[in-house]
Design a binder for this molecule. Structure first.
Ligand code: MN
Length: 177
């Protein structure tokens, strides 16, 4: 599971700092008041806008990540997602294996994602603040694998955190919506 202490630091300090830093960076620029998606699209891959991109994308990623979890979530999905998971991965167990492997093997900081690309489900990973939707992939679920997401609870055991998210927290209703 994820402790209250981790959530307090992750949401109350890390995410909060991304919000405050982005607001400072865009103040008085063309990006002030713009939606995060527009800021991310305009700054992705541009070395002159790295700081704005990183902070905008980390705001987007975290806002998305919080919605990917719920109390008593995780485990096999029900409803519309079942057929999509089976079609793409063969079974829920194969999906779980692939999602966990992506999260466990992302080298350094980043994110593991379940996305839709060309109408098919797919698992991808991104480094640091990178988002899938600048590459035409629509995110359905994500796991934050920056150390700040798990280190207080699991230290170096990232796979234990990843399994806890997949088995006990994933919000399949959010993914289906
Ligand atoms: Mn994070």
């Amino acid at each position: 599971m994820i402790s209250a202490q981790t959530l307090s630091f992750h949401h109350g300090k890390h995410h909060k700092t991304y919000v405050e830093t982005l607001n400072k960076l865009v103040a008085g620029t063309q990006f002030e008041g713009q939606p995060l998606e527009a800021i991310i699209a305009a700054t992705a891959g541009k070395p002159s806008s790295t700081a704005i991109f990183n902070n905008a994308a980390q705001n987007w990623n975290h806002t998305f990540y919080w919605q990917c979890m719920r109390p008593k979530g995780g485990g096999k999905p029900q409803g519309a997602m079942v057929a999509r998971i089976d079609a793409a991965f063969g079974s829920y167990d194969e999906f779980k294996k692939a999602f966990a492997e992506a999260a466990d093997t992302q080298f350094g900081s980043g994110w593991a994602w379940l996305v839709v690309e060309n109408d098919a489900l797919k698992i991808v990973k991104t480094g640091n603040a990178e988002v899938p939707f600048t590459k035409g992939q629509t995110p359905l679920l994500t796991i934050d694998v920056w150390e700040h997401a798990y280190y207080l609870d699991y230290q170096n055991r990232r796979p234990d955190y990843v399994n806890a998210v997949i088995d006990k927290l994933l919000n399949w209703q959010f993914a289906a919506d």
